[in-house]
Design a protein around this ligand. Structure first.
Ligand code: B4P
Length: 189
């Protein structure tokens, strides 16, 4: 199964993608995690990505697309994947379509996790206190939410037109949200 998880920062994409990918038996591919691993390792990609992430901005499409293309071409992603945090721009949507088409594949579903703005801000402020992620300061959180509203939220209309979009309410316990996602994917445990 090939699934994309969308939703604002703090909606729980990473949290849910990991669980759902485990249940489906496919890799969890998170652009945020790949960038953070490169930042931690001090690679050239990490040095470039960090400048944008720390400002709450998106990393340029050219960098992000090449990274995803490479990851999805690996053997373990052939039977399927849960993509977390990609695509986030119009150009990334086109690039993902092209990648899948050239491999004779298509998406099965795009899930949008919906969460109130107050709730996502509260979650990210809590995560900042617990984990100290450098893009979780209050100013940067606000900037990330603005960019999501401008550049990513409109993409759901495209997936809606393609009949792929399913909205899933992202509040409540992690287990409750997972159960809603599995129901939206029509997957029985
Ligand atoms: P991401 O890593 O995707 O970060 P995120 O949007 O903050 O997190 P997510 O929605 O996954 O929330 P999480 O599960 O962690 O992106 C970080 C940055 O990387 C971007 O700002 C950008 O700069 C760059 N980037 C990534 N992809 C890109 C792309 N495609 N193009 C360009 N740039 C890109 O959950 C958040 C918190 O809520 C956690 O503390 C969690 O414990 C908690 N939580 C989760 N579910 C909960 C629940 N049900 N109830 C209460 N708390 C919950």
């Amino acid at each position: 199964m090939r699934v994309v998880l969308m939703g604002p920062p703090g909606a729980g994409k990473g949290t849910q993608a990991q669980v759902v990918a485990g249940i489906l038996g496919v890799p969890h591919v998170s652009t945020g995690d790949i960038f953070r691993a490169n930042v931690a390792g001090g690679t050239p990609l990490g040095v470039e990505a960090k400048r944008y992430m720390d400002a709450g901005e998106y990393v340029p499409d050219g960098v992000t697309n090449a990274m995803v293309r490479d990851r999805l071409s690996q053997d373990d992603a052939r039977p399927g994947f849960v993509l977390d945090g990609y695509p986030r721009t119009v150009e990334q949507v086109a690039e993902l379509d092209a990648m899948l088409e050239s491999a004779g594949q298509r998406l099965d579903a795009v899930l949008e996790l919906t969460v109130d703005t107050d709730e996502v801000v509260a979650r990210l402020v809590k995560r900042a206190a617990e984990q100290g992620r450098s893009d979780d300061s209050e100013d940067v959180i606000r900037r990330r939410l603005e960019i999501y509203a401008e550049q990513t939220a409109p993409l759901t209309a495209t997936y809606h037109e393609q009949g792929l979009l399913r909205q899933v309410y992202g509040q409540g316990s992690v287990e409750d949200v997972t159960a809603r996602i599995l129901e939206a994917l029509d997957v029985k445990r």
